[in-house]
Design a protein around this ligand. Structure first.
Ligand code: SAH
Length: 376
C-alpha cells in the first residue's frame, strides 16, 4: 500500500476507503469507523478530528496522532471579466498549482447551465508540447491524491450557498495519465457516493495520448476520455508533441478505436488550431479520415496567443469554416470558447503566470477552505 506522510503522520486524504478501513481496523477501531471518518472529511470538509462528534473523544485523539487532514493553501484568486475564476494554490513544499472554475449559463432549451472545474494533476508537466506554456516548466512532481481531490473540495467550499461544481475536467497543469496511480485514487474519491459523489458522466480526463495508460484507465473507471490530437500527420504531430515519438499517430488512433467506450460515450479529440500549421483544408480532410471508425467528437480550440510564442490563432471565420467542413462530412465538431484569457486561465496558459509569485504569509499549516481573504 502506497502511503503518503505529512509530518510523520499518514495523509488521510490520499487513502482509499478500503485502505483507511484496513488501517483503522488494525488500530483497533470498528469496521464502520472508516466510513464515518471518510464522510467527515469528504462530505463535511472538516479539518480537525475533534469536530467528528459521533466518534468517542479518546478515539479522536488517537486518530489525530496517526493521521493528518491536509488542505491546499490558497495563494491567489483571480476573477476574469467573463466570470471564470483562477485559483492558485500553494502545496506543502512551496510549489504552486492552479485550478480554473468556468461557469456556463447554458442556452435555454438547448444546454443546461454548467460549472466546470479544470483541475491540475502535476506540478508542471513533462510532455513538453511546444505550443503549451505549462510545458516550459518541465515536471517538478506528481500531485498526491489529496492534492488533486482538494482542488474540487476547496473550490466547492468557496462557492456561495446553492452553487455547485457540475463537471470536472483534468485539463489543467500536468499530464494526468503520467500520474496514473494517484489520479486513479483521486477519481475513486471524486466518484464515490460517500466521497464527492460526481457522476463518471461529468468527469473528463484529457491526455496527450499515453496509449497503455488510456487503456488502463478504461479498465478501472468509465470517466470520459479526451485526447489532445493537435495535428493530422506523424511528422507535424511529432514536431509539436514529442510524445508522438513514443506513441505514433497510428498507435494512438488504434488505441482509440480499441478503447472500451461505455454505452453512448464518445472520445473527445481536442485540436488546437494554429494558423498555417494545422488549419489547412488538407488537414481538415485528414482529420475526417482519422475520425473514421472511432466514436468521436472533435473540439476545436483556437490557439491562445501569448508573447512567448509566435504561433497565431486563425480567424474566427476560418475556425467556423473548418468546423463546417468536418460537420458536413459527418464528424461531430464543436469550437471551444476562450475563457479566462485576461487572468492567464485559458488553455495552455497555466503555470507561467504564477512563476515567481511571492506569497508573504502562506498559510501552509493551518488548513482552511475559505478563500475569502485571498487577494483578488
Ligand atoms: N496534458 C493533458 C492535459 C492538459 S489539457 C493534455 O494535453 O491533454 C490542455 C489542453 O490545452 C490541451 O488540449 C492542449 O493541447 C491545449 N493547449 C495548450 N496550449 C494551448 C494554447 N496556447 N491555446 C489553446 N490550447 C492550448
Amino acid at each position: 500500500m502506497a502511503r503518503f506522510l505529512t509530518d510523520g503522520r499518514i495523509d488521510l486524504k490520499s487513502m482509499t476507503l478500503d485502505e483507511l478501513q484496513a488501517e483503522l481496523v488494525a488500530l483497533g477501531h470498528p469496521r464502520f469507523r472508516a466510513k464515518q471518518v471518510y464522510k467527515w472529511v469528504w462530505q463535511r470538509g472538516v479539518s480537525d478530528f475533534m469536530d467528528m462528534s459521533n466518534i468517542a473523544k479518546d478515539a479522536r485523539t488517537q486518530l489525530a496522532e496517526h493521521f493528518s487532514i491536509d488542505f491546499l493553501a490558497p495563494a491567489m484568486r483571480l476573477d476574469s471579466e467573463d466570470g471564470t475564476t483562477k485559483y492558485v494554490w500553494q502545496v506543502a513544499d512551496g510549489h504552486h498549482i492552479e485550478s480554473v472554475l468556468i461557469p456556463d449559463p447554458g442556452i435555454e432549451g438547448h444546454s443546461k447551465p454548467r460549472m466546470t472545474l479544470c483541475m491540475s494533476s502535476q506540478v508542471g508537466c513533462a510532455m513538453a508540447c511546444s505550443f503549451c506554456l505549462t510545458g516550459d516548466l518541465g515536471l517538478t512532481r506528481n500531485l498526491r491524491p489529496a492534492e488533486i481531490i482538494n482542488q474540487a473540495l476547496q473550490v466547492q467550499a468557496s462557492l456561495p450557498e446553492g452553487q455547485r461544481i457540475t463537471n470536472l475536467v483534468f485539463m489543467g497543469m500536468g499530464e494526468p495519465l503520467h500520474n496514473l496511480s494517484n489520479l486513479l485514487r483521486a477519481l475513486g474519491v471524486l466518484l464515490d457516493e460517500d466521497g464527492l459523489n460526481f457522476s463518471h458522466r461529468k468527469v473528463t480526463v484529457s491526455t496527450v495520448g499515453l496509449v497503455p495508460q488510456m487503456l488502463k484507465l478504461a479498465s478501472v473507471t468509465p470517466v470520459n476520455l479526451a485526447v489532445s490530437l493537435n495535428a493530422t500527420t506523424e511528422e507535424t504531430r511529432a514536431q509539436v508533441m514529442p510524445i508522438t515519438r513514443r506513441y505514433g499517430l497510428e498507435d494512438l488512433m488504434r488505441g482509440c478505436r480499441e478503447f472500451p467506450l461505455p454505452h453512448a460515450k464518445r472520445i473527445t479529440f481536442e485540436y488546437v488550431m494554429m494558423r498555417g500549421f494545422n488549419d489547412t483544408w488538407d488537414d481538415a480532410a485528414r482529420l475526417v479520415k482519422l475520425m473514421s471508425g472511432v466514436k468521436s467528437k472533435v473540439n476545436l480550440i483556437p490557439y491562445n496567443e501569448n508573447p512567448q510564442r509566435e504561433i497565431l490563432r486563425p480567424s474566427d471565420e476560418h475556425v467556423k469554416a473548418f468546423q463546417h467542413f468536418l460537420v458536413s462530412r459527418g464528424v461531430q465538431c464543436s469550437v471551444r470558447r476562450t475563457r479566462g484569457i485576461d487572468v492567464s486561465a485559458a488553455c495552455g496558459q497555466l503555470g507561467k503566470a504564477t512563476q515567481g509569485l511571492r506569497i508573504e504569509e502562506a498559510n501552509i499549516e493551518g488548513p482552511t477552505v475559505s478563500l475569502d481573504d485571498a487577494p483578488a
